[in-house]
Design a protein around this ligand. Structure first.
Ligand code: ATP
Ligand code: MG
Length: 224
């Protein structure tokens, strides 16, 4: 099996207000089709790490590989293309555009990538919505669907460009247990049926226990 994501001794410092060594020698990999979770106390560096893995933060030492290709050091524009094509994100808060329809929200990242026609993008977006059992909401405004539905819209949006890896920063953190379980089952199905790799930060031990592997962080290091 291939490696979708790999880090080699990533270190990061926040320089202000005082020097703070937030990530220390982070080395790990996520294999194709692997569903991994990251756990750790508040402040242990999980979000900081995800921000680097998502190629958004480039201010670190060490190396980041995506699909066995070194991405560290690439120019901004190229990183943005790599990110849009290969990585999907789901956050604790959905960040949907509330005035846009559900369908339009899902279509956005594909429009940005601009490698398909409008009709193809619309068709693919509908397919993702149907896969997540929210096809009937396509024409509704994003502001008019429930919290659990919004999070499924956010997942559909994260999947629209068929990424190799889906990253989440507490994607179930704002959901009740019913909707959190629903999101877990969606992730599991994506792994099993689509061979998608997933890397999800969670505070929910019951969620984490059912992933393939728990990566535990403490004070900026991986302890297991
Ligand atoms: N821009 C910044 N400048 C300085 N310190 C920061 C900055 N952003 C985060 N930190 C500090 O870095 C540490 C790690 O923060 P991070 O957000 O990665 O933690 P986390 O593990 O995601 O926590 P949580 O579970 O609460 O989301 C914390 O001590 C935080 O206060
Ligand atoms: Mg965090």
């Amino acid at each position: 099996m291939g490696t979708v994501l790999e880090t080699k001794t990533i270190n990061k410092h926040f320089r202000k207000p005082v020097d703070f060594h937030v990530l220390k020698d982070i080395s790990f990999r996520v294999k194709e089709g692997e569903f991994a979770s990251i756990m750790g106390k508040s402040g242990s560096g999980k979000s900081t790490l995800l921000y680097i893995l998502s190629t958004m933060d480039t201010d670190y030492e060490g190396e980041l590989f995506l699909n066995e290709e070194l991405v560290t050091g690439k120019p901004r524009k190229e990183l943005s293309q790599i990110r849009n094509r290969h990585i999907g994100f789901v956050f604790q808060f959905h960040y949907l555009l509330s005035e846009f329809s559900v369908l339009e929200n899902v279509m956005l990242p594909a429009k940005k990538l601009a490698s398909k026609s409008y009709q193809e993008i619309e068709h693919d977006a509908m397919e993702k919505l149907n896969m997540l059992n929210i096809g009937h909401l396509a024409k509704k405004r994003a502001s008019q669907v429930s919290g659990g539905e919004k999070q499924r819209v956010a997942i559909a949006r994260a999947l629209i460009n068929n990424p190799d890896i889906l990253m989440g920063d507490e994607p179930t953190g704002n959901l009740d247990s019913y909707n959190a379980e629903n999101v877990f089952q969606i992730f599991k199905r994506l792994k099993e049926e689509e061979g998608l790799s997933l890397l999800v930060v969670t505070h929910d031990l019951d969620f984490a226990k059912r992933t393939d592997r728990i990566i535990e962080m403490e004070d900026g290091t991986i302890i297991s």
